[in-house]
Ligand binder design. Structure first.
Ligand code: NAD
Length: 260
């Protein structure tokens, strides 16, 4: 049995993860944390009250894994607390810079623990990244378009940046251009154009357009329900529970047997 604490449990994603954790026979919901105190009704008819002090909650319930779906501006502070207590983490919150990832990797190793960070837990988004790496070998021009709901607080999405970073590993001379407002002149073929669209009720959509002479290849992924992200986060809990210290991502999960 893996004991899971959900941080950000009152949010759109946190509440989906709470549901999925409760539905998994081999996971136990150890505690729920958010900035406000509120009762969460669980599927089995019971309720659990959110706690507002992450460290106290971890110390009281000793979870195996903390799942974090909070906000880009608070997630680093949350993870410093979790890792220093030697607890494993699965992180869906977006907005990490490379320096943040380096710090968290080092902190996990110092504290003999492990964490997995994924800007998109949907299986299809991870598969799309693999396909994009293949297409990037052949097609020079790349544009990424992401669409999300109006309440999303960061732009471009963590997934758009994850896709761009993966393509840049294949074609290191590429650089990112965010929208083209005010630009004058031809498109540079090394640009990866990244565009953020916000509208009502879009859970999360990503499109990558590769183009060459007289042809285009378009990869697209739509998440139509947040449960697909929560499902991936649960798979990541099973994965991270037994891994050696360090930082992991969803590629490590799909390369294992977790989707068999
Ligand atoms: P949301 O605003 O609905 O929920 C965030 C929750 O975190 C809120 O309940 C808020 O009160 C709580 N919170 C804020 N600060 C906190 C703190 N210091 N400690 C504890 N709780 C705190 O947001 P959301 O739509 O659930 O998205 C959360 C994050 O997850 C965003 O970064 C979003 O981009 C990302 N996201 C990732 C995936 C994925 O698959 N990885 C999917 C969807 C969203």
């Amino acid at each position: 049995m893996i004991r899971v604490l959900v941080n950000g449990a009152l949010g759109r994603m946190g509440s989906e993860v709470v549901k999925k954790v409760c539905a998994e026979a081999d996971l136990e919901l150890a505690a729920v944390v958010d900035i406000k105190e509120a009762n969460i009704a669980l599927e089995n008819g019971s309720t659990m009250t959110t706690q507002t002090d992450l460290v106290a909650a971890i110390q009281a319930c000793a979870p195996d894994v903390v799942v974090d779906f909070t906000r880009p501006d608070v997630v680093m502070e949350n993870l410093r607390k979790v890792l220093k207590l030697g607890v494993r983490a699965v992180v869906g919150t977006t907005g990490f810079k490379q320096a943040d990832l380096d710090e968290l990797d080092a902190l996990a190793k110092e504290n003999n623990t492990a964490l997995l960070i994924a800007p998109n837990f949907a299986l299809g988004a991870v598969v799309m990244m693999k396909l994009a790496c293949e297409a990037a070998k052949y097609f020079p021009h790349v544009e990424i378009i992401e669409k999300h709901h109006n309440n999303k607080v960061d732009a471009p999405s963590g997934t758009a940046l994850m896709l761009a970073d993966a393509i840049k590993e294949i074609a290191p001379n590429k650089f990112y251009v965010y929208g083209r407002s005010g630009f004058c002149g031809k498109r540079n073929q090394n640009e990866i154009g990244i565009h953020a669209v916000r509208c009502e009720n879009v859970v999360g959509e990503h499109e990558i357009i590769f183009s060459g002479d007289f042809e285009t290849v378009t990869l697209s992924h739509q998440a139509t329900d947040r449960s697909v992200f929560a499902e991936g986060a649960v798979k990541a809990c099973f994965f991270i529970a037994t891994k050696p210290k360090g930082l992991y991502d969803m590629n490590d999960v799909i390369n294992g047997n977790y989707y068999a």
